[in-house]
Design a protein around this ligand. Structure first.
Ligand code: NAP
Length: 588
């Protein structure tokens, strides 16, 4: 392809997408757009760090061949006022991977935003924001080290699709009339109107990408975040389609959270990722209080917007948050802050957002060794308090350094003690793995408590039941009482009698049929005082159905059965605990 200004490196090879898989040669051509304002400062510094990490990790065997692309003010100068030239679009499609600095949105040039134009024109549908804590970065959390989450935010749909009609406009009036007259909807006069499209296509491709990332990066879980309890046909449908794609396309690699508890007793099988979902409002609380339970989050545009910024604020603010916009053909990584024009060309600002977006890019390429070196060197430099002015403001006794000196210090760490750095990153991974095992042990020990603690309201008998404890039909009442005492339970199941029917003996049976009747606990068999047949409900019964069964039969506990056999028991106390913990009534 002949270009006016872009010079394609002649000694590099292009990255290719073959059958949905990125094929990265050892000498890939990667695009960079330096951006406006502070963009050139942070790009220059970051390029040096990425090159040093790749050189150190692969000893010259791999090297990136950079290709400058033009967008924003620099493009406008070179291309007669065109801020997003066709040849930049063509090259991005051709080389598949690029990274960019911040861009000024030109006023009155026909763009809502250059960034939006980039995402839309190249169909970069997944906005990926990794958020993890680097030691010593100022944070408002007590345990920010527990935050290691990647948000996959859908980029093209939702209320961001731009289908909005201004109050008083003729389009608004037409739509309002249609909604009122044809569909019987009611809303206040002159309301502005917006449409929230959420499609199976858009939802599924986003969730697919999140699950693939989780598999490639050896992550633990993918959480679908939605407000489906209220917006059933948009947010609720996103959840449904998310589970569909997980089960239809990744059945051998995923289990659902339901399956984790119901089939595996809380123990996550080796090599499987757990797919779960959470309501959008509770997730904010959970990400503050229990961030270690979340790993990859897949959600729609608006939820993702809020969540990415809230999470970034937990670990040092959006000033250092990296990001990427990824489609099926092209991925463009980017600094997430703006152009901060007042600091342009002063070699002053923090290059972290750009730098760490490059780490995400290296991971996207599968060059994890180089990414690890930067990840491990970064907290060391911050720990020694060599920081740019913005971090220095929040630290005591910091050494304030320029953008380029910050990069030099980082490079010195990367090139000086690489084996140490690799060990540090390994240690961090081991710590996270140990924490995961502890959570798992907790889940296995007390699945109900773990489920409640993780913000998931139990909905069915299977979620709340305790495993059954039983005694043989011919055991004495005394033996049964002693089993109940050991287990701390107030009833015990009695194994099938000659007719094959299960029974139950409760504390009340002991009081009414042994104590008040003055009979011998050691001579009477449980068989004689057990209640038969059992009142049972299926493992899928709702909590409401269970309580109705209890009320109808005047009993305080029901036995849960699956395929004709008892598998658990639910008591009144279990139900009351759920109400205490989560409240009751239609969800809001
Ligand atoms: P901004 O450029 O992000 O700057 C706001 C403030 O954030 C700065 O004054 C500075 O705070 C701090 N800051 C930003 N980047 C920093 C860095 N690398 N190191 C240290 N501090 C940093 O936001 P804005 O002023 O609202 O936007 C300016 C322009 O950027 C606008 O034209 C906007 O359209 C554009 N923009 C582009 C993108 C993008 O391309 N992705 C994103 C957002 C905005 P202090 O003054 O406190 O030091």
């Amino acid at each position: 392809m002949a270009y006016r200004h872009i010079q394609m490196p002649t000694d590099g090879d292009k990255i290719r997408m073959v059958q949905d898989k990125l094929q990265v040669p050892d000498n890939p051509i990667i695009g960079y757009i330096e951006g406006d304002g502070i963009g050139p400062d942070i790009t220059r510094a970051s390029l040096r760090v990425w090159n040093a990490a790749v050189e150190k990790a692969y000893g010259g065997r791999r090297r990136i061949h950079w290709c400058e692309l033009y967008m924003g003010e620099k493009a406008a100068q070179l291309f007669d006022g065109d801020y997003f030239p066709q040849e930049t679009k063509d090259t991005l499609k051709d080389i598949a991977v690029a990274i960019k600095g911040p861009l000024t949105t030109p006023v009155g040039e026909g763009y809502r935003s250059l960034n939006v134009a980039l995402r839309q024109q190249l169909d970069l549908y997944a906005c990926v924001r990794p958020v993890r804590y680097y030691q010593d970065v100022p944070s408002p959390l007590r345990h920010p080290e527990q935050v290691d989450v990647v948000v996959f935010r859908e980029n093209t749909e939702d209320v961001y699709a731009g289908i909005e009609y201004e109050s008083g406009s003729p389009e608004n009036e037409r739509l309002a009339r249609f909604l009122r007259d044809e569909l019987g909807e009611r809303f206040f006069e002159d309301a502005g109107l917006g449409v929230k499209p959420i499609s199976p296509f858009g939802s599924k491709r986003l969730v697919r990408k999140a699950i693939r990332y989780a598999i490639d990066q050896g992550r633990e879980s993918v959480t679908l975040v939605h407000k489906g309890n209220i917006m059933k046909y948009t947010e609720g449908a996103f959840r449904t389609w998310g589970y569909e794609v997980a089960k239809e396309e990744f059945r051998d690699r995923i289990i659902t959270e339901e399956e984790l508890y119901n089939e595996y007793g809380g123990k996550q099988p080796e090599g499987k990722i757990v797919v779960k979902d959470r309501i959008a409002d509770i997730i904010f609380q959970l990400l503050l209080l229990r961030p270690s339970e979340f790993d990859i989050i897949a959600t729609m545009n608006l939820n993702g917007d809020y969540l990415s910024d809230a999470l970034a604020a937990e670990v040092g603010g959006i000033g250092i948050a990296p990001g990427g916009n990824i489609g099926d053909e092209v991925a463009v990584f980017e600094a997430t802050h703006g152009t901060a024009p007042k600091y342009a060309n002063q070699d002053k600002v923090n290059p972290s957002s750009m730098l760490l977006s490059g780490v995400l890019m290296l991971e996207h390429m599968g060059w994890n060794e180089a990414a690890d070196l930067i990840n491990a060197a970064y907290p060391q430099v911050i720990g020694e308090k060599f920081v740019t002015y913005d971090f220095a403001r929040q630290m005591q006794d910091a050494h304030v350094v320029s953008t380029s000196v910050f990069a030099d210090t980082l490079i010195a760490k990367i090139t000086g003690s690489a084996s140490d750095l690799a060990r540090l990153e390994q240690q961090r991974r081991e710590t996270l793995e140990n924490e995961r095992k502890q959570r798992e042990a907790q889940r296995v020990k007390d699945p109900l408590r773990a489920m409640k603690a993780s913000g998931r309201r139990p909905m069915t008998a299977g979620h709340v039941m305790s495993a059954i404890k039983s005694v043989p039909n011919d055991a004495s009442v005394e033996e049964a009482i002693s089993r109940m005492g050991e287990q701390g339970i107030s009833s015990i199941l009695v194994e099938p009698d000659a007719q094959g029917v299960w029974g139950i003996m409760t504390q009340r049976d002991i009081v009414t049929k042994i104590v008040s009747a003055n009979r011998s606990a050691s001579r009477i068999k449980v068989n004689e005082i057990a209640t038969r047949p059992l009142v049972t409900v299926s493992v899928d019964a709702t909590l409401q159905a269970i309580s109705m069964t209890m009320a109808e039969n005047g009993i305080r506990r029901v036995v849960i059965e699956e395929r004709g056999a008892p598998v658990g028991i639910v008591s009144e106390t279990d139900l009351v605990e759920i109400v205490e913990e989560f409240g009751w009534g239609p969800e809001e």
